[in-house]
Design a protein around this ligand. Structure first.
Ligand code: ATP
Ligand code: MG
Length: 503
């Protein structure tokens, strides 16, 4: 009997124009966390979808519990004891948490000759599971009432409920708070101590080093190698992922901030426990960071400035002129753009091509004879974005939903860069994005600032803010608690301001 619970050998998978997997292998030891790393589009999710029966592999073999198996579809995978938390969650928001957890495998009871769903059992089982995992949710609540991170935790509970031998977690922490990540790691430890094998995908290096036993790195659909996590350093992982040394994580500073140009005064939300009396000003050509913990109301404040949410008082001025922004269209007309935090949910038109997704925010700029789209100039802009952000795709005509998660994000970023706004607000711009592409995004931010654009970056990654910003404003519980100089800021100082009102 082999020491592995799972061996994937020489797996190949092609899509039209892309060899997504080229003889990739993976071996999982029971009770271990095996991380899968690689740049956006390296093939990580595709390999896992082949294991979970979403895609059919072209060739190669899967040996599970010592036997070669064919996994027909996700239902078959679940029955065999393989569960997966997907990178792109698709929860049913209008249904209860319990219904989401047991979707497709509801407990049933007999009423006379017919079988019906046993709601009572489903709800109590789901509640017992949530309680057992220490998740403070009510099983009968609608899933849609939860935040993105809470939904992600429910999805993890769902995988746990399948009582699987192998659990695949594809970027499970992309929207989790630090506390929730601790919770997840606790759940993972419980699973591994029972002998469950976990395959873990993430771009967050520190997480990987903390949680993994082994790490496999892929590049361009190929298997690069597997190492024990304890022997690895971040530099080594980056070099293997990117295929070359990446000396600095942040590009040199190129912008010089000028006069104050964008001012927000006394912004207050009509809702309780939201942002209150927020005033700040940003200079022309400045990269202005916004730090804070989840719940600090950073996104809410920026969305209100952009006209996506209402505000009860406050003004926005650009270049001395007070702006009247009642909806995003007003903001866009005034040269303000917002790249939203949850790009997959609020940014992507899945059934449209990359090209259409980039052009959609600036169609008026591509008009020929005032009524026809100038496809040639759209193509030029899109091809430039594909090159600048290294978007991995066979062509600009590819549907965006066929791209890897990180590459979809890059397309959305391109959409707003193509619009060339005067003020660009970016909410977590590098979430889910690999190290190489992060560097490219930082370079583009620097270049835009150098051209005199005003950039506001919300980020939960403090090193990133310190690495690229001229100044960093910190928020806590809806209030601005201070602004620090970017290059000399420390994580401790930012943390102190982020928790100012917390007991
Ligand atoms: N259904 C599909 N149709 C066409 N191409 C696809 C499809 N699914 C994946 N691909 C392509 O396969 C390659 C690997 O994608 P995959 O999603 O596995 O990357 P990934 O390593 O998970 O990246 P990320 O870190 O961005 O999530 C990409 O080039 C992607 O565009
Ligand atoms: Mg992926």
């Amino acid at each position: 009997m082999s020491e592995y619970i799972l061996e994937m050998k020489d797996i190949c998978k092609s899509f039209p124009g892309v060899k997504a997997l080229d003889h990739v292998s993976l071996q999982l030891i029971p009770g271990h966390v095996h991380s899968l790393m690689g740049e956006n589009g390296a093939g990580k999710s595709t390999l896992m979808k082949c294991l979970f029966g979403i895609y059919k592999k072209d060739s190669g073999s899967v040996i599970y519990n010592g036997e070669e198996v064919t996994i027909e579809d996700p239902f078959d995978a679940l029955q065999k004891g393989i569960a997966m938390v997907h990178q792109e969650l698709m929860p049913i928001q209008d249904r209860s948490i319990a219904e989401n957890i047991y979707c497709g495998r509801y407990p049933v009871k007999k009423v006379g000759p017919i079988e019906v769903i046993d709601h009572k059992k489903m709800n109590s089982d789901a509640q017992a599971l949530l309680d057992d995992l220490g998740l403070p949710f009510k099983a009968t609540d609608k899933l849609g009432t939860l935040s993105a991170s809470q939904m992600q935790l429910c999805e993890i509970a769902k995988a746990v409920s399948a009582d699987a031998k192998i659990i695949i977690l594809d970027e499970p922490t992309s929207s989790l708070t630090l506390k929730e990540v601790d919770k997840l790691f606790e759940i993972i430890h419980r699973l591994t101590s029972k002998g469950c094998g976990v395959i873990y995908i993430s771009h967050k290096m520190d997480e990987i080093l903390q949680i993994s036993d082994e790490v496999t790195i892929m590049r361009d659909g190929q298997y690069i190698g597997t190492w024990p996590a304890k022997d690895l350093t971040i530099d080594f992982i980056i070099a293997k992922e990117v295929g070359r040394e990446l000396k600095d994580l942040y590009p040199p500073k190129v912008n010089t901030p000028g006069e104050t140009i964008f001012e927000v005064k006394d912004f207050t939300s009509p809702l309780d426990r939201s942002f209150t009396n927020c005033s700040f000003s940003v200079r022309k050509g400045e990269i202005f960071g916004v730090a804070g913990l989840v719940g600090a109301q950073r996104t809410e404040l920026m969305e209100a400035i952009y006209g996506l949410r209402s505000h009860s008082s406050g003004t926005v001025t650009f270049d001395g002129k007070e702006l009247s922004i009642k909806c995003p269209e007003d903001a866009i007309k005034n040269g303000i753009a917002l790249i939203t935090e949850e790009r997959r949910r609020t940014g992507i038109f899945g059934v449209l091509s990359i090209s259409d997704n980039v052009a959609v925010a600036s169609l008026n700029d591509y008009l020929k004879f005032k009524c026809m789209l100038d496809h040639k100039s759209i193509k030029q802009v899109v091809d430039k974005s594909i090159k600048e952000l290294s978007i991995k795709t066979p062509s600009s005509k590819e549907l965006i939903r066929n791209l890897s998660g990180g590459n979809q994000q890059k397309v959305i970023i391109s959409r707003w860069l193509a619009k060339e706004p005067d003020v660009l607000i970016m909410d977590e711009p590098t979430r889910g994005i690999d190290v190489g592409a992060k560097y490219e995004i930082y370079s583009i931010i620097g270049k835009l600032a150098k051209e005199g654009k005003t950039i506001i970056v919300i980020s939960s990654e403090m090193p990133e803010l310190i690495g690229i910003c001229d100044r960093i404003m910190v928020m806590c519980e809806g209030k601005i608690t201070g602004t620090v100089d970017g290059p000399t800021a420390t994580q401790e100082k930012i943390m102190e301001l982020s928790t100012k009102f917390m007991s």
